[in-house]
Write a protein that binds this ligand. Structure first.
Ligand SMILES: Cc1cc2nc3c(=O)[nH]c(=O)nc-3n(C[C@H](O)[C@H](O)[C@H](O)COP(=O)(O)OP(=O)(O)OC[C@H]3O[C@@H](n4cnc5c(N)ncnc54)[C@H](O)[C@@H]3O)c2cc1C
Length: 282
């Protein structure tokens, strides 16, 4: 059974690094994926808005709640293991794993192989510039410093509590039509007609990879509960824009109101009660 606690007006969960001050009633503190799914199912049934909370280092208000409950990822931390494929060596981690924990785990030399391969992690680090307290889930949600190409695989829980794992290349749109199975659901929708001009927000294009819908979309489509991140010998610092709740007109400004409406349609399919991270991105 998941823990759901009442929060006070001065709770740490109501702020991030922005000037926004939020409000919410309770914080849900899942200890594992099963509890997180129970928690989101409960919220969905009660039609309660849920704001996903990482380490709240965002500076645009993405993790600041505007009512409802908070889903704190703080107990979902740790490195599951390391693997290797033709693109490189990767770590599989839980969403609240911080950049500091990530890099220290590599240095510890105690990471197990998850695919039986003999993986050497020597000289490798978290691939993008980030503050030590940033969580992997938060970095992926805002596409921090262009983490996108380093994301190999994601496991995502939807607001109806179903979940799916997806590897890069596994689910590709057919032109602008995206279809994929997720638990008891089979999702099908049209992608917006714009092509992303840069790397903020989800990367929309013809034949796009489903993975790219969840990277940079600030938690509006699903909760990231596991990720494979390719390691690198160098740290990339190509800056990207975060919109949060402070600058949530970015999509409209760049691509117009039709783009916003198209993304809202996708949200209403993936999050039918429209409860997840309301106020982010648009
Ligand atoms: C001084 C400063 C400079 C910064 N510079 C940059 C920069 O140059 N580039 C940049 O991209 N960012 C920058 N940021 C923003 C910040 O570093 C990122 O937002 C950070 O990676 C977020 O990590 P977090 O764990 O603190 O996430 P949070 O702040 O807790 O959350 C960020 C967003 O991700 C969502 N989220 C968190 N975890 C999950 C999850 N598991 N599943 C789905 N959604 C989730 C939250 O709901 C929220 O919308 C900066 C912040 C500060 C304070």
């Amino acid at each position: 059974m998941f823990l759901r606690e009442r929060i006070k007006d001065d709770s740490k969960y109501l702020n991030d690094r922005s000037s926004l001050k939020g409000h919410a009633k309770n914080v849900i503190l899942p200890n594992d994926e099963t509890e997180l799914r129970e928690g989101i199912r409960y919220s969905s049934k009660g039609n309660t808005k849920v704001t996903i909370s990482g380490s709240r280092m965002g500076d645009q208000g993405g993790a600041v709640p505007c009512g409802g409950d908070i889903m704190s990822m703080e107990h979902l931390t740790g490195v599951i293991g390391a693997g290797k494929d033709d693109k490189g060596v990767y770590l599989r981690v839980l969403p609240y794993t911080t950049v500091s924990f990530f890099n220290n785990s590599i240095k510890s030399g105690r990471i197990q192989s998850i695919d039986g391969s003999d993986v050497s992690l020597d000289g490798l680090v978290f691939p993008v510039k980030a503050q030590l307290e940033n969580t992997v889930g938060g970095c992926i949600a805002v596409n921090r410093y262009g983490i996108r190409p380093y994301v190999r695989r994601l496991r995502v829980v939807f607001s109806d509590s179903t979940f799916m794992s997806m590897e890069r290349g596994e689910y590709l749109a057919n032109g602008r039509k995206m279809t994929f199975p997720a638990g008891r659901n089979f999702f099908a929708f049209d992608l917006p007609s714009y092509d992303s001009k840069d790397d903020s927000g989800p990367k929309i294009s013809e034949n796009m990879d489903l993975l790219d819908l969840f990277i940079g979309s600030e938690g509006i489509f699903g909760i990231i509960i596991e990720a494979d991140i390719y390691l690198s010998a160098t740290v990339s610092d190509s800056q990207t824009e975060e919109s949060g709740k402070m600058r949530n007109s970015l999509i409209k400004d760049k691509y117009g109101q039709e783009a916003v409406e198209d993304l809202k349609k996708i949200k209403s399919i993936l999050d039918p009660n429209y409860i997840l991270n309301i106020g982010n991105m648009f």
